[in-house]
Write a protein of this length. Structure first.
Length: 340
């Protein structure tokens, strides 16, 4: 999986243990991101709906949540590997105007992305190939994990050649993938037992943080701006959850629309909301249990912020977060048993 701020990699084992203790057979991950949690839920045998507004998340969802068999993917990947390097948008924008990838890797990415559009692939195969391409690009990028900036000197991994690998099949029943606003989707989740919620909880925009992945998946060669060469629509694509003024109302509306009897809500103590107020809001839905996990912040927090000349600006803040997992349901004993 790609490097991702807010990744639930370290929380997944805890989430799996909790879900095993709940009487649920289906689940929806409404803010799926890289689909780590959705994959874990599928591995547990649940029917999963993976949802996110990001195009790259839709690709991950089809590759890891919806895909049922290996099929033609190995042969299609071999055809992409054989494609000729091309100096296209990725090379010009993310290697020359910016420095996310070495130019030789940028040309390989451009060549494979162009070849991908010429393949006769169904939607799941296409998404799996895009996932392989994103993961290959992530292994040779020169960032600290977000695409708001790049390293002054090339990261050691950036010198490695880009290498396509087949995304592994995820065991469990096949799921569904949607690309909708979570608040819109919530109204239509009839018959789903569990909703997992991991909404943005501060001003960091995932759309801007991962604009390179969004552009590679879309293949739309957008106009860009700034040193980071962000898509121009990063200026207008905003989530209510990234606004201190609007986030609480958005979350309240989401919870009111959901009819799932069980909820698991991820939150961090660096978010907009007071954990006690959030717990009180969730208590309107049922019994609330809580698990706390101490975790490291992403590596960029340790490195700090630098200006375009490579000079450190400001001071490094805290290096650890307290991650909170709220478990909500109609049966308090089941919640406490799952948490135990």
């Amino acid at each position: 999986m790609i490097k991702y701020i807010g990744s639930k990699r370290t929380l997944v084992p805890r989430i799996e243990r909790i879900v095993r203790g709940l009487p649920v057979a289906s689940a929806a991950d409404l803010f799926a991101g890289t689909t780590r949690v959705a994959q874990a839920l599928r591995r547990l045998g649940l029917h999963v709906i993976s949802n996110d507004l990001a195009s790259y998340s839709e690709a991950f969802g089809r590759a890891y949540v919806e895909r049922a068999e290996q099929g033609r993917v190995p042969a299609l990947l071999e055809r992409l590997r054989a494609s000729e390097p091309v100096r296209g948008y990725v090379t010009a924008t993310f290697c020359e105007a910016a420095r996310y990838f070495r130019p030789e890797n940028g040309m390989r990415i451009d060549g494979m992305r162009a070849a991908l559009d010429d393949l006769d692939a169904d939607p799941v195969e296409r998404a799996t190939l895009l996932t392989a391409l994103l993961e290959a690009a992530d292994r040779v990028d020169s960032t600290v994990g977000v695409q708001m900036a790049y390293l002054k000197d090339w990261a050691p991994r950036a010198w490695q050649p880009v290498d396509l690998r087949e995304p592994p099949l995820c065991p469990g029943p096949t799921g569904e993938v949607t690309r909708l606003d979570a608040n819109e989707l919530a109204h239509g989740l009839e018959g789903v037992d569990l909703a997992y919620l991991d909404p943005p909880y501060n001003s960091h925009s995932y759309y801007s943080n991962y604009h390179v992945w969004e552009t590679i998946v879309r293949g739309d060669d957008p106009e860009h701006y700034g040193t980071a060469c962000k898509r121009v629509d990063c200026r207008t694509t905003k989530s209510r959850y990234n606004s201190r003024r609007e986030a609480w109302a958005a979350l309240t509306e989401l919870l009111a629309a959901l009819r799932t009897p069980w909820l698991i809500v991820s939150f961090s103590d660096e978010g907009f909301h007071d954990p006690l107020e959030l717990r009180a809001l969730l208590a309107e839905r049922g019994y609330v249990g809580l698990a706390e996990v101490d975790s490291k912040r992403y590596v960029g927090a340790k490195i700090g912020i630098h200006n375009p000349r490579g000079e450190k600006v400001g001071t490094v803040g805290r290096l650890r977060n307290r991650e909170l997992l709220f478990v909500v349901g109609p049966d308090g004993s089941a919640v406490e048993s799952a948490l135990a």
